[in-house]
Design a protein around this ligand. Structure first.
Ligand code: T5A
Length: 208
């Protein structure tokens, strides 16, 4: 049986990366073998695709182009990192996965959901998360957090507040469709309090 696959989702600045790090530290202390990764990225090729996707550019990027690049990065990442880790008994913690495509390219960019699901399935080779944390904050709060980071906004962060509000709405629709897999957490709590919820959930669901 494969090891658990846990993903973290939410809008920009919701605190996913912080929680992945806290959970990884916790698992390390407990001696639980795991691998931390992220999307888009996780392999040299997928990291190159990430740079293509996130760098700001003059040329207009069509939603379909964007979608296919995210899926191309995922196809490479799943086959060279996620699947081998899970099948060798290593748990995987992933900062974003295919729910992000449904929320950003599907709901917010308005690409047909059935097409997105077909591509998500192709790219992920049938791998689906056992547990997904949805860290929920408002776009206004997310913007405040990422603007404190120093580096300028990337191509997706530069989208309008309306775009990010639709992404959030997309995530909340996914939560309605997958209440057993997706666990929402109020991202306005302190990072420690968010992590307390994460820890309670992985303990109850995965025995960690
Ligand atoms: N994307 C991705 C798609 O459109 N489709 C897809 O299929 C996929 C996979 C990825 C971009 O690609 C898009 C989504 C994204 O736009 P990214 O750099 O991975 O780009 O972007 P994010 O995942 O959004 O990463 P961020 O770093 O912007 O946000 P995080 O990881 O949610 O937030 P984090 O943990 O780095 O925290 C941000 C700041 O807030 C503080 C932290 O200290 C940090 O300063 N913070 C808190 N402050 C107060 N309270 C808390 N609870 C806090 N938690 C963290």
């Amino acid at each position: 049986m494969n090891a658990p696959f846990v993903t973290f989702e939410g809008i920009e600045g919701s605190g996913k990366t912080t929680q992945v790090r806290l959970l990884s530290d916790y698992l390390t202390v407990k001696g639980i073998s795991h691998r931390v990764t992220r999307e888009p990225g996780g392999t040299p090729l997928a990291d190159e695709i990430r740079s293509l996707l996130l760098s700001r550019r003059e040329e207009f990027v069509f939603p379909e182009t964007e979608l296919l690049l995210y899926e191309a990065a995922r196809a490479q990442h799943v086959r060279s990192v996620i699947l081998p880790a899970l099948s060798s008994g290593q748990a995987v913690l992933c900062d974003r996965f295919y729910d992000a495509t449904s929320a950003y390219q599907g709901h917010s960019r308005n690409i047909d959901g059935a097409r997105i699901e077909w591509l998500n399935d192709l790219a992920s080779a049938g791998v689906s998360p056992d547990l997904t944390f949805l860290i929920d904050i408002s776009p206004a709060e997310g913007f405040v957090r990422i603007s404190g980071r120093g580096s300028g906004p990337d191509r997706i962060e530069s989208e309008s507040v309306e775009f990010h509000a639709k992404v959030r709405e997309g995530y909340l629709r996914l939560l309605e469709r997958h209440p057993g897999r997706i666990v929402p957490i109020d991202g306005t709590l302190s990072a420690d309090d968010v992590f307390r919820r994460v820890r309670e959930t992985v303990s109850a669901r995965l025995g960690w």
